[in-house]
Design a binder for this molecule. Structure first.
Ligand SMILES: [Fe+2]
Ligand SMILES: [Fe+2]
Length: 197
């Protein structure tokens, strides 16, 4: 089960499918970013043993996703163009506190909720895709993102279980606020006007 306090309206899927080229380019960037984020934990917290193997494996998997979606771009003859990072991730991360271990736990929970949102969006998109090959691929990818969501939640719980459920809910609500104010650009994490109230 994904921890999201606000769901995206199903109509987002058809809208995204009508901007598929841009969504695919954004998706490739998101996979690379997700790999980098997982790697960052390994560099920032080399002394926290329990993070190492799960996040090394997660980073590897995100890089595989990066290569897979990049291949889809090539198949569809879409250029992999640079793009300005979406402010979504940065805004979600504003909820992170400065003191450890709260900082680490908050960062893991932000990653968890971003994975959940990606999974939700890939699911809405895969439901309406006419390209059956891409639809199947997205189903596989979204299952992996759901698993990443759970890995981040469980790592955060292992870092500190004190007040865990309340903090998870606070961070989910914060993410919902961020995404409900996001611009309607063809990005995986966009979509003001597409959120259920
Ligand atoms: Fe991924
Ligand atoms: Fe992921």
């Amino acid at each position: 089960m994904l921890n999201l306090t606000l769901k995206t309206n199903r109509s987002w899927g058809s809208w995204a499918a009508s901007h598929l080229d841009e969504i695919l380019v954004d998706h490739v960037h998101c996979e690379k970013k997700a790999a980098g984020t997982a790697m960052n934990f390994l560099f920032r917290y080399p002394h926290i043993r329990l993070l190492q193997e799960p996040l090394a494996a997660l980073a590897r998997e995100e890089l595989e996703h990066f290569e897979i979606v990049l291949k889809e771009l090539d198949r569809k003859k879409i250029d992999f163009v640079p793009q300005k990072p979406s402010p979504y991730g940065q805004k979600v991360h504003r909820v992170i506190r400065d003191e450890e271990p709260a900082k680490l736990r908050d960062t893991l929970l932000c990653c968890a909720v971003i994975e959940a949102r990606s999974c939700e969006r890939l699911s809405l998109l895969s439901d309406v895709l006419e390209d059956l090959g891409l639809r199947e691929l997205y189903k596989e990818l979204l299952a992996a993102e759901a698993r990443h969501h759970r890995i981040y939640v469980e790592l955060a719980r292992e870092i500190s279980s004190a007040g865990f459920e309340d903090r998870l809910l606070e961070i989910c609500s914060h993410e919902s606020n961020v995404i409900s104010r996001a611009q309607n650009l063809p990005r995986l994490h966009s979509g003001a006007g597409f959120m259920n109230s």
